[in-house]
Design a protein around this ligand. Structure first.
Ligand SMILES: O=c1[nH]cnc2c1ncn2[C@@H]1O[C@H](CO)[C@@H](O)[C@H]1O
Length: 359
């Protein structure tokens, strides 16, 4: 029932994890084919296992991945399939451009130390994972007309993987990969884990776009570190930046982009569960540069339209603000300038706006 959607117009999404956006049906299917025993017998039961019903902590939130990522990890067909289906799901939600992120290492079973999820050693490298995801995304793009690019994640607790991650970003920069991210537990700082810092230095040197999860559950100082040390161009989440007024003001002046995920911020315990007290309201009043995103729709049992609904219902978002948010997302995306201009043109046309198509 399209007329009930909070914002039934083309959208841009910049912060969503591929491994947090798998269909439950696909997990069930792949488990059956691979003869992997699941803790649930039906799709509904498995959805319960994968998702969080009540606000929790980021650690509890991330522990949900342990229940189902091992089902697809190390399996070529499954990895290509989840990328393809992801684009189909985004197209259904009215997304015309999406940047999807994941850790190639967490889906591999060789050339990765330690091999994740206690898999047996196999022959799927992080490099081939990127190739498979690219193929799935581009097949999805052709079939569903939603443009999809990817961002490769370093993981906070695995600094030794980060040099591979930046090398993969460079290798696949003309084949679907548009940036680097740092995900995981943000309370592990980069001073103590120089692997991440070195990877981001190389990203700056080689012109790879940079985003960093910061200020989600951690303090404003993590955002400072992301901007000053890692030279992030965008901040993943960033809710807690407002706790340092000087930093917040400086980032507003610099037009820093914040990738906001309303429903996620409640379930990870990042923000007050009362949406009417959400920091997004402040960002909106201050005309900050931010986007609205799902983060991990499988774990949240959500979709992008629900994030928009929450913004409309509890945070006073209007149609005009939704348009502004998406234009900002397009301006802050990691596409090359020409493609960015074309994306902006498409949005402005769909929104009936004139003259704001400059990136
Ligand atoms: O909200 C989040 N904050 C920090 N890390 C996350 C979040 N959601 C997912 N991941 C982590 O990023 C990895 C690569 O996609 C996921 O496997 C998960 O561990």
């Amino acid at each position: 029932m399209a007329e009930q959607l909070a914002f039934n117009k083309p959208k841009v999404e910049l912060h969503v994890h591929l491994d947090g956006a798998i269909r439950v049906e696909t997990i069930m299917d792949v488990a059956k084919r691979r003869r992997i025993t699941l803790p649930a017998a039906t799709v509904d039961e498995m959805r319960d296992v994968c998702s969080l019903k009540e606000p929790a902590t980021l650690t509890e939130f991330l522990s949900k991945f342990d229940h189902y990522v091992p089902v697809v990890a190390g399996d070529r067909e499954a990895i290509k399939r989840i990328a393809y289906e992801f684009v189909e799901d985004k197209a259904k939600q009215g997304v015309i451009y999406v940047e999807v992120r994941y850790s190639p290492h967490l889906l591999a079973n060789t050339d990765v130390e330690p091999i994740p999820w206690q898999q047996k050693q196999g022959d799927l490298t992080p490099d081939e994972v990127v190739n498979l995801v690219n193929r799935g995304l581009s097949a999805g793009e052709k079939a569903f007309k939603t443009k999809a690019r990817s961002i490769l994640c370093c993981m906070r607790h695995m600094p030794d993987w980060s040099s591979d991650v930046i090398e993969l970003c460079k290798k696949y920069r003309d084949d679907g990969v548009v940036g680097i991210d740092l995900a995981g537990d943000e309370l592990m700082d980069t001073e103590s884990y120089p692997g991440h810092r070195r990877a981001y230095e190389e990203a700056v040197r080689s012109g790879i776009h940079r985003t960093v999860h910061a200020g989600e559950v951690g303090p404003a100082s993590v955002v400072w570190e992301a901007v000053e040390i890692l030279r992030a161009e965008r901040i993943g989440h960033g809710y807690h930046v407002t706790e340092d007024q000087a930093l917040y003001k400086r980032l507003l002046d610099q037009n820093m982009h914040f990738e906001m995920c309303p429903l996620s911020s409640r379930q990870t315990g990042a923000c007050d569960p009362d949406f009417t007290k959400h920091p997004l309201i402040r960002f909106q009043v201050d005309k900050a540069n931010y986007s609205l995103n799902t983060d991990d729709p499988l774990v949240l049992n959500s979709n992008l339209n629900l994030d928009y609904e929450v913004a409309q219902k509890y945070m006073g978002f209007t149609e005009d603000e939704f348009k502004r948010v998406n234009v900002n997302a397009a301006k802050s995306c990691f596409l090359p300038e020409g493609e960015k201009r074309e994306l902006l043109r498409q949005l402005c046309e769909a929104y009936g706006m004139v003259g704001d198509a400059s990136p």
